[in-house]
Design a protein around this ligand. Structure first.
Ligand SMILES: Nc1ncnc2c1ncn2[C@@H]1O[C@H](COP(=O)(O)OP(=O)(O)OP(=O)(O)O)[C@@H](O)[C@H]1O
Length: 343
């Protein structure tokens, strides 16, 4: 059995449709209209204990809704999810003991009391044994440089200080699983780096399973060995970060060095769909092509037909560009079949 098991997990929200103004509100009382919004759409997902997984997608894709079902805040409309064999929404207290959560935009620390006292309260709430509490306080204080802020209230902390304190608070009871929602958003490079190091250490040394949502490619590269992309409530990719480009990066550029110089762009270019001139200088020509429409070998064959090739190389696709498209929601699902692939 996997640590997290989601099976056909689905959440549908009901959105009321109200006409504007007072009359609209009054009408709504009598003729209630609504539409259903499927936020999470029949997701099947397995995450093993100790994995560090990035869960990304554009705004409104369904990330938070999935995590809320995993943490027991929301009840699925259909399907199920189990975390460490527990149904989170049925056993919220049991589930709370094994999970921790950090939400970049909110804090779980008490606003007006010193951080040290927030930690003491959490010790009581989670019934953390003295020895575990002492060890974690010592380790976390060192790793996250908490010394300077333990006597301050959350209200007085900068964003970076608060995030470090929040991380420590979420992990104080040694949860088996931690949900991190944008843990490095808005932080400067050095705090980011410290937080990433901390998360890596927790994952490596305690085997804590990590599910991370982030807009920061650096977080994914640094922390996660697996990337899951969700769009319109459906999982559209599950694999490594590096393999993403094979699936989604549609543009490639081939640079040819030819025997003879070019006087002008060759007319044979338009013989293949999806191929365009990227650059031309003396004997060098760079062709950009859409690999969902033509294959690299078709482009090379074409160039060979019209001139003698001395050398050629193909550019690595730009993964940042692909991930940017993921966040912008502009990845077209129909795109994912390569030219030359059979259906
Ligand atoms: N409590 C709710 N009631 C009604 N609709 C909701 C509710 N929560 C989320 N939704 C809708 O469900 C869809 C998915 O939202 P969700 O918050 O899960 O997306 P997300 O991927 O976390 O987005 P973001 O990156 O903006 O946080 C959105 O269309 C949103 O409007």
């Amino acid at each position: 059995m996997s640590f997290i098991e989601a099976s056909q997990l689905t959440k549908v929200f009901r959105h009321d449709i109200k006409e504007p103004g007072l009359i609209g509100a009054a009408k709504h009382l009598f003729t209630q209209k609504h539409v259903n919004k499927t936020a999470v759409d029949h997701i099947d997902l397995r995450i093993e204990e100790g994995e560090a997984v990035a869960y990304v997608g554009p705004n409104g894709a369904g990330k938070s809704t999935t995590i809320k079902m995993m943490s027991g805040i929301l009840v699925p409309t259909s399907g199920s999810v189990k975390v460490a064999g527990i149904l989170p929404y049925k056993n919220r207290i049991e589930n709370a003991k094994i999970i921790g959560a950090v939400f970049g935009q909110r804090t779980q620390l008490w606003w007006d009391i010193p951080i040290q006292e927030s930690f003491s309260l959490l010790k009581d709430i989670y019934a953390i044994p003295d020895s575990v509490y002492r060890k974690n306080m010592q380790d976390f204080t060192e790793m996250l440089q908490l010394d300077e802020i333990l006597h301050l209230s959350a209200r007085k902390l900068s964003l970076g200080q608060r995030m470090r304190a929040d991380l420590a608070a979420a992990l104080l009871h040694n949860p088996k699983m931690v949900y991190l929602d944008e843990p490095t958003i808005g932080l400067d490079v050095s705090v980011k780096q410290r937080i990433r190091e901390f998360i890596k250490t927790i994952n490596r040394e305690l085997g804590t399973t990590i599910l991370l949502t982030t807009h920061d490619l650096g977080d994914i590269e640094d922390l996660c060995n697996r990337l899951i992309i969700i769009d319109h409530g459906k999982i559209i990719y599950d694999g490594t970060l590096s393999a993403v480009k094979d699936k989604f990066a549609r543009e490639r550029t081939i640079h040819f060095q030819m025997q003879k110089p070019f006087a002008e762009p060759p007319s044979w270019l338009n013989q293949l769909p999806g191929v365009e001139l990227h650059g031309i200088a003396d004997r060098e020509i760079a062709l950009r092509f859409d690999r969902f429409r033509v294959t690299a070998s078709e482009v090379v064959t074409l160039a060979m037909k019209y001139g003698e090739i001395i050398d050629f190389r193909m550019d690595e696709p730009d993964i940042e560009h692909v991930i940017k498209r993921v966040y912008e929601g502009s990845l077209e699902l129909d795109d994912v079949k390569l030219a030359g692939e059979s259906s």
